[in-house]
Design a binder for this molecule. Structure first.
Ligand SMILES: *Cc1c(COP(=O)(O)O)cnc(C)c1O
Length: 494
């Protein structure tokens, strides 16, 4: 395959823009409300306004707040407006980041560095979190050398408080939980957890990346949920994404701390570089000004009334979706109705359960962007106001999809359903990891082809072997783990 080259002569702006617009056919249709995650669309007028605000500061670099006082000003105002919304005390401080993941990476780094100063004898620091906490914490653990101790959740999706408490040991440097957790939308019992953290003199982070900009408005609408923001005394930090329900342009989140004694540990300074004294508040070097400007503009343009109106519509859509799904024979909504996340799974006896991944394939064929989850196999919807006009269409397609899969159970072993089904079941997670890394290698190869999940990656035998020997391997591993359990019991009672 011939490598793409920089053109010898530049192409005309108009022709380029036309071609680029055409590249988008086949992308997820967010403006039409057919995506249930990834894009938070507040309508064409707001979208066009964001573009203008972004453009004004596109070239600005917030790495240097002295050269770009305008950006520093807008960043501070965004942080303070967010802190106010989340009942932060007057001492609340924070920074903007490029997204939820960066906010969470920074929170973990901050608490690691704080522990290094205050409890330097800790060799292997750990964090105690729910198993449903966002995977960005796994990434942070991997990057920053902090171990994760994960507590199981109850059937309603909330973490088990007793389990969280029992995982804290002398190497624990902080605890965290979610408002709400992404997989099923439940708000964890933050009150009880943060009180325990405070008793143990541990910081407590609330991941409100999803909920930060919608739960406050839902609470005003009367939706019941546990208390979760800075009004809870033990909460020391919160992350909230502006590029979700803040309706900012992509690349905007806020990480806030109760006071400077925490934020101090987020900062980086190098004093001996030949390039001069270098200070940086967050992960990147260059910080795109457009993201900060668009976030500030989004907040000012929305105002409380704008956020409230969109929250009301999103809640109406989520409620309709929840009721509609529960009314479909063979499906049920998981978790608790604390937020605009609606997750559903198949119900019924093992024999006549529909395969939810095959249902997902059917929806995808009908033009919906579908978010598939595992343990248990389920479909996730982050519901927005943009979904409200097409909600009845979605429910009709979903009913049809379920009926179709019921009539054609063989669909479970075809298409993407076969791949997801297998991946979710394989007990040897190392194999699955190898497999998905292979998929990424294909995507990022020099000739970066399009990836077809239903085909094994070229030259890779793992998928083929798993397809062929999958079931016997599951059975073997199952038998081995039962044997091990029995052996453990025998030893325990001797
Ligand atoms: C989206 C999300 C994140 C990660 O944010 P990104 O912007 O995707 O990096 C973290 N936690 C929760 C609960 C989220 O919903």
């Amino acid at each position: 395959m011939k490598r793409q080259q920089i053109p010898a002569q530049g192409e005309a702006h108009n022709s380029l823009l036309e071609r680029m617009a055409a590249f988008r056919t086949g992308d997820a249709d967010y403006a039409g409300g057919r995506t249930w995650s990834m894009v938070y669309y507040a309508g064409d007028a707001h979208h066009d306004f964001l573009k203008k605000a972004h453009n004004l500061y596109m070239a600005g670099n917030a790495l240097n707040p002295i050269a770009f006082k305008s950006l520093k000003r807008m960043e501070s105002e965004v942080v303070q407006m967010t802190a106010g919304m989340l009942n932060g005390p007057a001492t609340t401080v924070g920074t903007m980041t490029l997204g939820g993941t960066e906010s969470l990476l920074l929170a973990v780094k901050t608490y690691r560095d704080r522990a290094r100063v205050r409890r330097p004898w800790i060799r292997t620091p750990n964090m105690v979190v729910p198993e449903t906490i966002h995977v960005a914490f796994d990434k942070a653990a991997h990057y920053f050398g902090v171990k994760m101790r994960k507590a199981p959740v109850d059937d309603n999706g909330q973490v088990n408080v007793r389990a969280m408490k029992s995982l804290v040991n002398r190497n624990t440097i902080f605890m965290a939980a979610s408002a709400p957790q992404y997989p099923h939308g439940a708000v964890d019992p933050i009150d009880e957890l943060a009180a325990y953290a405070q008793k143990k003199k541990l910081p407590f982070h609330v991941d409100a990346c999803f909920g930060g900009f919608i739960l406050p408005w839902l609470q005003k609408l009367g939706v019941e949920m546990p208390r979760w923001d800075f009004a809870v005394p033990g909460v020391t930090s919160i992350s909230a994404d502006m590029h979700k329900y803040g309706y900012a342009a992509k690349g905007a989140s806020v990480v806030m701390y109760r006071d400077m004694s925490y934020l101090r540990h987020q900062f980086f300074a190098a004093t001996n570089w030949s390039g001069g004294i270098y200070i940086s508040p967050s992960l990147p070097g260059t910080r795109p000004g457009g993201c900060i400007a668009a976030a500030w503009a989004a907040m000012m343009a929305m105002g409380e009334s704008g956020y409230m109106a969109l929250a009301e519509q999103a809640w109406e859509a989520a409620t309709k979706l929840r009721e509609g799904v529960n009314a479909i024979d063979g499906l049920e909504v998981l978790g608790l109705p604390h937020s605009t996340i609606v997750t559903y799974a198949a119900t019924g006896a093992a024999g006549d359960k529909v395969d939810i991944y095959a249902v997902a394939d059917q929806l995808q064929e009908k033009g919906w962007a579908v978010d598939r989850q595992q343990s248990p196999p389920s479909v996730h919807c982050s519901v927005n106001a943009a979904n409200l006009p097409v909600l009845d269409d979605y429910l009709a397609d979903l009913r049809e999809a379920v009926a179709h899969v019921r009539a054609h159970p063989e669909l479970a072993s075809e298409g993407e359903a076969a791949v997801y089904g297998l991946m979710a079941k394989v007990p040897i997670r190392g194999l699955v990891k190898r497999e998905v890394i292979k998929v990424m290698e294909t995507m990022y190869a020099p000739d970066a082809g399009e990836v077809d999940l239903t085909q094994p990656a070229e030259g890779d035998k793992t998928a083929e072997l798993m397809q062929k020997y999958g079931e016997p391997i599951f059975e073997m591993v199952d038998r081995l783990s039962r044997l091990r359990e029995r052996a453990r019991n025998v030893l325990r009672f001797r």
